[in-house]
Ligand binder design. Structure first.
Ligand SMILES: C[S@@+](CC[C@H](N)C(=O)[O-])C[C@H]1O[C@@H](n2cnc3c(N)ncnc32)[C@H](O)[C@@H]1O
Length: 233
């Protein structure tokens, strides 16, 4: 245990949805048989390195915050079998969708945190991550709800502690208010540096960033997405 890691998980209030439509019998069955095996081991979290969550050695470790239906995470994991991926998502229907993809594609390099990511961040050891993805976060566009937005200076402080120097923070959004806020928050944090050199760098989806469900929805509805790639200094 390092001095900066609490020994138990703190509580947070989560403002999003934890449940949607009733799950099919197949999904319920998958969740009950597979989720325990695929879940982050809470007991090991506070005492052992994050890498010990995986059955075999991993060259790099990545976190996706709010993976939604899990399409982006599953594709990343399939394309990078030597890397380990932690996905955090409290919406159980999204978790079930990711479990189905893991099962279908026989992925062995994803561990699921089916809850609010914030307590998880507090107990992971410093410098344990090579990169973090925050894709199409809930925009909470009303000013009075701004405190609910997932990216804040407090969140960036946590990510600065967890992402090793040279690692990345990748974010995307199709919502004008969320785009401005993601960019402004990350730009004013001293630990992160925006890598974009030309407008094409944030207007075009980088080849190695898979599509997400919300990106596809935004495109169908005529909203352009932006892609923000920050380096941990
Ligand atoms: C707008 S959806 C985007 C989902 C997905 N990334 C995509 O692009 O399709 C935002 C997701 O973030 C999740 N989320 C919100 N707050 C979170 C938190 N504190 N920890 C983990 N996930 C969170 C929500 O449950 C939701 O699934």
């Amino acid at each position: 245990m390092t001095g900066t890691r609490p020994s138990s998980l703190p509580d947070y209030h989560f403002y999003g949805r934890r449940k949607g439509r009733a799950l099919s019998a197949h999904m319920k069955q998958l969740l009950s048989t597979e989720l325990p095996r695929l879940s982050v081991d809470k007991a090991a979290l506070t005492s052992a390195p994050l890498a010990s969550q995986f059955d075999s050695h991993k060259d790099a470790l990545f976190l996706e915050i709010g993976f939604g239906g899990g399409e982006h995470l599953a594709q990343l994991a399939a394309g990078n079998p030597q890397a380990g991926f932690i996905g955090a998502e409290p919406f159980i229907n999204g978790v079930a969708s990711l479990v189905r993809q893991i099962d279908e594609h026989k992925l062995s390099n994803i561990r699921i945190w089916s809850d609010d990511v914030r307590p998880l961040l507090e107990v992971m050891e410093p410098g344990c991550l090579d990169g973090v993805y925050v894709m199409f976060p809930d925009p909470w566009p009303k000013r009075r709800h701004a405190y609910r937005r997932i990216l804040s200076q407090k969140m960036l402080d946590s990510l600065a502690r967890l992402v090793a120097p040279g690692g990345f923070l990748r974010m995307a959004s199709d919502h004008p208010i969320a785009k401005t806020w993601l960019l402004a928050e990350a730009m004013r944090h001293p630990a992160f540096e925006w890598r974009a050199e030309t407008a094409a760098d944030w207007r075009r989806r980088p080849e190695n960033w898979p599509e997400t469900r919300y990106m596809a929805k935004g495109t169908r509805e005529g909203r352009a997405s932006s892609w923000f790639d920050f380096a941990r200094r």
